[in-house]
Design a protein around this ligand. Sequence first.
Ligand code: SF4
Length: 248
Amino acid sequence: GGLGELDGHLIGCRACPRLVAWREKVAATKRAGFQGWEYWGRPVPGFGPHDAPLAVVGLAPAAHGANRTGRMFTGDASGDFLFAALHAAGLASRPTATAADDGLELYGVRVTSPVHCAPPANKPTPAERDTCRPWLAAEITLLNPRAIVVLGGFGWQALLPVLSDCGWRLPRPRPRFAHGNVVTLRRAEPDAARPADAGRSEHGGRAADDELHVIGCYHPSRRNTFTGRLTSPMLIDLLHQAAHLAGL
Ligand code: SF4
């Protein structure tokens, strides 16, 4: 099956009791200002084309953002900042994202996260992170991206083991998160695990799929954007660089 089938299974997942309870409680109580919304309240699948050579990976859906709208990063301040930058970098059809049916299209990029349900205080437990890990591993395997932008240190910590599950060799010592840091991974077993016809000219003549570029980026959280730690030009620059590494 492809990514559509994977997403269809994902949205029925109830493997983490604490997160199931939280996502449904938030969906039932709602926040003032969103009382008219029917909250999604389920696992949030990745958003973007199924053949995107670039992935952007956060950490988990926000309670009143993606857990409300049902689309990754859609409906919260971090997402507003991210989608505006994706648009400025030529990777999105418009600068705003408000609802799953707002018509926004992404070009060559898919946004997703290592944990697919909104966690209390935006903090999944290590056990929840591990439980959700196979979903992202399956998504990355099917997507087979050339480059991944990782938003924030928690996302970085969560993503690296997923990439190891996908057959990428992690350098030792394990690379640390830093904004703008590019780590290029190679296959653990270069001749196994590779689909026979992967890496052909599917994405405009991109290189054979024996390299994956992982790029650290500060998370576009309010704390980072209000303080100027992450500015729009910084994020746009980094997305341009990532798109280039992805062969876009
Ligand atoms: Fe399932 Fe992941 Fe949600 Fe846990 S966080 S219930 S594993 S989709």
